[in-house]
Design a protein around this ligand. Structure first.
Ligand code: SF4
Ligand code: SF4
Length: 334
């Protein structure tokens, strides 16, 4: 069926011939029968081996502002060569990319890791991002591409739901320079029943990324009545602050999409929750709000280090990674 598909890693063999194999990439730990696929749709059991028919099958490639990931404290004002895949191990009913995350129909021809890195270099972008749908279910391709990208002098960026087990997470994060990780909610039951995700795995992924020196930024899409209780926003901010109060936290307004018709998050609600998060974090950014400034101020003198209005960005307040006015070290990786 998938004659030329590469073999995967992160799985264990069936206990007996013809029995299901076990995928060990994410907390679903799918038991995959011969001829079947895992829940993410991209990992198959072919004659007792886990194979990857979507290895390198991109659904999109574009040059984006790094702020679109969103990453605000990593190379502000730069562009990033961004690629997306197909499939996802979650099933968020508000997914804005459901046409690529919940089916595999948008997969195009395969691009080898070498050709991907060549395309990123040719674009002139300093960074290569794996984004749009969920990249981590393509861990083997990512590891190959990120290894080659790093050798070529590119920065590696991940935009992810953070839902993979420790062994692959450790390998991926060791190659990662900057990541935006979704922390979608604080209620583990809602995470599991509504999204198909696992809060503790995401928390472990974020913690590991921090420990390995990845430049982390965290995003919560604020959905009215679902994940926006004051105590939950406070708890998520406190969890992040326990790692570092300097980690940027993006609280983004939700808009109706896919299976959710709930009304969009009022801007006033996002601003109010951002104020709560600022009780424990230094850099909280409301997102998805039109005409809203999202500047970064010097922690020492209050000077505007980076000004942002939409994707219009100025880094005139920076001198390298320092404040251009008072010289204090800034939280920005320039
Ligand atoms: S990565 Fe895919 S196949 Fe593997 S356990 Fe997760 S959902 Fe299942
Ligand atoms: S994790 Fe991201 S890509 Fe996957 S379903 Fe949720 S929002 Fe969509």
């Amino acid at each position: 069926m998938h004659a030329s598909a590469p073999l995967g890693r992160f799985w264990r063999s069936a206990d007996a011939p013809g029995a299901p194999l076990g995928c060990e990439l994410c907390p679903h730990r799918c038991s995959i029968a011969p001829g079947s696929q895992g829940l993410c749709r991209v990992r198959f059991n072919e004659a007792g081996s886990l194979v990857l028919p979507f290895y390198g099958a991109l659904s999109a490639a574009a040059i984006d502002p790094i702020e679109k990931k969103p990453l605000y404290h990593f190379k502000p004002g730069s562009t990033v060569y961004s690629v997306g895949y197909v499939g996802c191990n979650l099933r968020c009913p508000f997914c804005q990319n459901h046409h690529i995350s919940q089916s595999t129909g948008a997969a195009r021809e395969r691009v080898s890791p070498k050709d991907l890195v060549a395309a990123a270099l040719a674009s002139g972008c300093p960074s290569l991002a794996h984004t749009y749908s969920e990249p981590l279910i393509h861990a083997e391709y990512l590891l190959d591409a990120m290894t080659q990208a790093r050798k070529a002098g590119l920065y590696n960026v991940l935009v992810t739901n953070g839902c993979v087990l420790e062994t692959p997470a450790r390998e991926l994060l060791a190659l990662c320079d900057a990541a935006n990780v979704d922390l979608k909610a604080w209620d583990p039951l809602w995470y599991r029943s509504e999204l198909g995700g696992e809060l503790e795995t995401v928390k472990a992924f974020i913690t590991l990324g921090f420990e390995l020196g990845v430049r982390l930024e965290i995003t919560t899409l604020v959905i009215p009545g679902k994940n926006d209780a004051d105590e939950d926003i406070r708890a998520m901010a406190a969890f992040i602050a326990d790692l570092s109060a300097d980690i940027p936290y993006h609280l983004s307004a939700y808009h109706p999409s896919y299976r959710y018709g709930i009304e969009a998050t009022p801007p006033s609600s996002v601003r109010r929750l951002a104020a709560l998060a600022r009780e424990s974090l230094h850099y909280v950014y409301p997102g998805n709000l039109a005409h809203e400034r999202a500047d970064t101020l010097c922690p020492s003198c209050g000077h505007v280090l980076v000004s942002r209005l939409g994707y219009s960005v100025s880094t005139a307040g920076l001198s390298g990674s320092r404040c251009a006015r008072c010289g204090a070290q800034s939280p920005i990786r320039a």
